[in-house]
Design a binder for this molecule. Structure first.
Ligand SMILES: Cc1cc2nc3c(=O)[nH]c(=O)nc-3n(C[C@H](O)[C@H](O)[C@H](O)COP(=O)(O)OP(=O)(O)OC[C@H]3O[C@@H](n4cnc5c(N)ncnc54)[C@H](O)[C@@H]3O)c2cc1C
Length: 475
């Protein structure tokens, strides 16, 4: 096995986290090599292209959500340049037979369903009042949280089927802190004001939620890939080596440094010596390759950290529009997909003139029925399900079939870390185990096994280099 020259920093994985770390390391004058198994960088923050159409791996925009991430968003905009469009979010849910705004606007939502909607609103109010008396201390799961804040009726009709579809598990087993608290609570005062205004037929101010992401979205004009490509150029210009098509297969700590085994496109293995390591690999994969061998306890942890996968059916269409929303959620069991994105509604540069496209997201597990479904059957399933005579969706499937000029799918094995009750304990053990090794950091969505957004990943990449430099006495 060849042994290459030692580097100061080895970055494992070339998603947005790894690229940020490479920019920071090379920018600080450290020798740095980044290893990415795929032929191009980007990971989840990537795009696929076909016949002049661009498809991101799910909607990937920036949300300047306060002082914590504003700086990172600004930095990204500086690096990437004039490559973004700014737009207001326009998101819908197909709820029963109607398309309603998401996040739910009580004035629109509850009144759209007549007396039934007022009954749901009363149920929500009752649940919120009870929770304000009892407190949330005894809540354990997603189900507890949602029933306590939205009422059991909305839980059963909306949250339960949607969450089962996305996560593949009963919401009663999903962790409260990491999943449920991402569902923001409706502010009661504006909820009541909106309902009253609607009842009286007068205009009402927009409804607000606690801690909701901003409604403005900064979107990469020509797709998410342009962002990571710009980061790659910046890292290379600073002197980092970006080794794509290179799989990391082993990592061992020896004599104050790391031996990393990598396999190139020619299938040959090479050993690389590094003083420090920044890993953005899925945490269980890192644990499994980190030597000396983990204890039995850690081996158990590896099997407890699971990811939910995503298969995205991308459809090219020779018509102007299908939906008016940027993304539409399908909570109903009649649809096996959970979300449909129409990128043209975010940026007009995603498809040629007089055309549009849809990205249909199926949440699944690696190797299951959806993951393995042949391409034509996946497309056919989308068209058939959109053809169901549900409300205004009567014609959509037929339109999609009539105007389809091509389709293909993308598989993402590590879409979402699965946070069941008990996972947090395993995660903490895993991070403690890695923390015992000197001069290694595990960062990013896969590395921290958390719902981390792209801007937070970039911030982590820079912070990791800073910390490692301090640890080596260079900061
Ligand atoms: C559907 C969806 C929508 C999203 N929308 C948004 C959004 O709107 N805004 C936002 O900010 N965030 C969004 N996110 C989150 C965002 O995608 C992630 O936070 C971010 O892309 C994670 O980057 P990462 O570098 O940490 O991980 P990844 O992108 O997963 O990068 C890890 C890299 O490691 C590589 N790798 C794995 N194993 C090996 C190996 N053995 N050897 C070498 N390389 C390896 C992988 O190929 C990959 O490139 C979304 C996520 C999903 C799934």
């Amino acid at each position: 096995m060849n042994q290459s020259r030692p580097v100061a920093v080895a970055v494992l994985g070339g998603g947005i986290s790894g690229l940020a770390a490479a920019i920071a390391a090379a920018g600080a004058g450290l020798s740095c090599t980044l290893f990415e198994k795929e032929p191009k960088v980007g990971g989840l923050w990537g795009s696929a292209e076909k016949d002049g159409f661009i498809f991101d791996h799910g909607v990937h925009g920036l949300y300047p959500a306060g002082p914590k991430t504003e700086g990172t968003v600004k930095l990204l905009r500086e690096i990437v340049g004039d490559a973004f469009v700014e737009t207001n979010k326009n998101t819908k849910i197909l709820f029963k037979d109607k398309l309603v705004t998401y996040p739910l606007q009580p004035g629109e939502f509850f009144t759209a369903y007549g007396p039934q909607g007022f009954w749901w609103a009363a149920n929500l109010l009752g649940a919120r009042l009870l929770t304000s008396i009892r407190g949330e201390a005894r809540m354990r799961s997603f189900r507890d949280y949602v029933e306590g804040n939205f009422g059991d009726l909305l839980y059963r009709i909306y949250f339960e089927p949607y969450v089962k579809k996305v996560w593949g598990v009963d919401p009663a087993y999903l962790d409260l802190e990491s999943v449920a608290r991402r569902v923001k609570r409706i502010r009661l005062r504006s909820f009541l004001k909106q309902l009253a205004a609607r009842g009286l037929g007068i205009p009402a101010a927009e409804h607000s939620y606690d801690g909701l992401q901003p409604m403005k979205i900064i979107y990469p004009k020509h797709g998410a890939q342009t962002v990571v490509d710009a980061l790659q150029r910046k890292a290379s210009a600073a002197g980092a080596v970006i080794a794509t098509g290179t799989v990391v297969t082993g990592l061992s700590y020896r004599d104050g440094g790391y031996d990393i085994v990598v396999r190139g496109a020619d299938e040959k293995e090479q050993r690389v010596r590094a003083e420090t390591v920044i890993s953005t690999l899925p945490l269980p994969d890192l644990l499994a390759m980190l030597f000396p061998d983990p204890s039995r306890e850690v081996a158990e942890v590896i099997y407890s950290l699971k990811y939910r996968a995503l298969r995205i059916c991308n459809i090219l269409l020779n018509c102007e529009h299908i939906f008016d929303a940027q993304w539409t959620y399908f909570q109903d069991d009649n649809f096996s997909f959970s979300r449909v994105n129409e990128y043209k509604n975010l940026s007009p540069f995603f498809c040629p003139p007089n055309t549009t496209s849809l990205s249909v997201e199926f949440n699944c597990d690696v190797g299951d029925h959806i993951w393995n479904l042949p391409e034509e059957e996946l497309f056919s399933r989308v068209a058939t399900e959109l053809d169901q005579p549900i409300g205004q969706f009567r014609e959509v499937g037929a339109k999609v079939r009539r105007h389809c000029i091509g389709s293909f799918s993308v598989r993402l094995s590590h879409g979402y870390p699965l946070m069941e009750i008990g996972t947090a304990k395993h995660l903490s053990r895993a991070l403690t185990y890695v923390g015992q090794f000197p001069r290694i950091r595990t960062i990013g969505r896969q590395g921290r096994f958390g719902y981390v957004n792209g801007d937070e990943c970039v911030a982590m990449g820079f912070a990791a280099v800073e910390e490692l430099r301090k640890e080596s006495g260079a900061g």
